[in-house]
Design a protein around this ligand. Structure first.
Ligand code: NAD
Length: 364
């Protein structure tokens, strides 16, 4: 039975990955998570009593903590989801992004390297370190083309730059120390358990509450949307069969402009809770969710388009996304409607839907 150490497992993708891993494999799963504003044990409630699940509250930047977890739990695989993940917050305060996304990854890699060096031959042979990365490291595309694994890195936001730094360190640990590193670069995820600061859950919540739905700039920025459990299955596939030292791009084959995303959310809401039956809208004299859309000042340095070419992982490992965008959005809207207690619990005292990421003036 394998043991998977999942760092950042109390966040959006990490908590989904844990449910997928426990359901689809016989592995034990150990979470190491600092429980920042973005992480919550509420997201792990469904697996909390599973005998194959363990939780450690700790920070990946603290080497003694990481070493202790490796010593105690002896993982076969490490999957690193731990990160500061919101581009807008990286504009307001980039330092913590470098601390966790670069320095934290360095500590994890270095701890893993020493752990593997001291392990027996069987563990060394099967050990894998998977760094979960993003398509944002590749920068922005024009109207044509898609990112492939050899596209040069050209990050534009402090978030993307910190993730690029982590990827370079991970590759360097493979080249220099022979650590069996894998890197996955993934497009925008959506689905259950996403902290409601991100576009899709924020818009669902705001629409239900009859609040304006702000669209950055002209709404024509394009992202390639991937349903979160499809991503998690792809990560499992890379852990099981990926070649150490390789990168794999994962995408949803679902390019949509932000305006199209908003329209899909509004359509799903109209089908499930029609605006005419929602007091928050009728009180404002609004008859359709789409009327809540408002254009606001753009995000500074807003990348225009991301699109993933996922043919390498499809060809080598047979992974393809299973959810189409409209089905995934309907499932996501339904989940947020049924899990308002989770939304309230994870946001309490932390975030109430305010606009982030406009402070481009110099800070000390
Ligand atoms: P998230 O913000 O929802 O969760 C991050 C988790 O990491 C939280 O549980 C948080 O408590 C934990 N964490 C933060 N700093 C930590 C530290 N120093 N030590 C230990 N734990 C810490 O993020 P997410 O959306 O689930 O993203 C997970 C990973 O996937 C990130 O590395 C992100 O860059 C990457 N990614 C995300 C997307 C996306 O669309 N969400 C797309 C591609 C890649």
């Amino acid at each position: 039975m394998k043991t998977i150490l999942v760092t950042g497992g109390a966040g959006f993708i990490g908590s989904n990955f844990i449910r997928v891993a426990l359901a689809q494999t016989r592995a034990r799963v150990v979470v190491l998570d600092a429980l920042t504003y973005a992480g919550s044990r509420h997201s792990l409630a469904a697996v909390a009593d599973d005998p194959r699940f363990a939780f450690v509250h700790g920070d990946i930047t603290e080497r003694a903590t990481v070493d202790a977890v490796l010593r105690e739990h002896q993982p076969d695989w490490i999957v690193n989801f731990a990160a500061e993940s919101h581009v807008d917050r990286s504009i307001d305060g980039p330092r913590v992004f470098v601390r966790t996304n670069v320095m934290g990854v360095l500590e994890l890699l270095d701890a893993a390297r020493h752990f593997v060096a001291a392990a027996d031959a069987a563990r060394r042979e099967g050990f894998r370190f998977l760094q979960v990365s993003t398509d944002e490291v590749y920068g922005s595309l024009g109207d044509e083309g898609r990112f492939v694994e050899t596209t040069p890195y050209a990050p534009n936001s402090p978030y993307a730059a910190s993730k690029a730094g982590a990827d370079h360190l991970a590759s360097a640990f493979h080249a220099t120390y022979g650590l069996p590193v894998l890197i996955t670069n993934c497009s925008n995820n959506y689905g259950p358990y996403q902290f409601p600061e991100k576009l899709i859950p924020l818009m669902i919540q705001s629409a239900l509450a009859g609040k304006d739905l702000p669209i950055y700039g002209d709404g024509q920025n394009v992202r390639d949307w991937l349903y979160v459990t499809d991503h998690c299955e792809g990560i499992l596939r890379v852990l099981e069969s990926g070649r150490p030292g390789e990168k794999y791009n994962l995408g949803g084959d679902s390019e949509r402009t932000n305006l199209q995303v908003l329209d899909a959310i509004c359509a799903a809401l109209e089908a499930i809770v029609p605006a005419a039956s929602n007091d928050a809208l009728t009180a404002r004299g609004i008859g359709a969710y789409a009327e809540l859309r408002t254009f606001v000042r753009d995000r500074p340095g807003h990348d225009r388009r991301y699109a993933i070419d996922a043919s390498k992982i499809a060809g080598e490992l047979g992974w393809r996304p299973r959810h189409g965008f409209e089905d995934g959005i309907r499932a996501t809207v339904q989940w947020y409607l049924e899990n308002r207690t989770w939304c309230a619990a994870v946001q309490a005292g932390k975030y109430q839907g305010e606009r982030l990421g406009l402070s481009t003036e110099a800070k000390p």
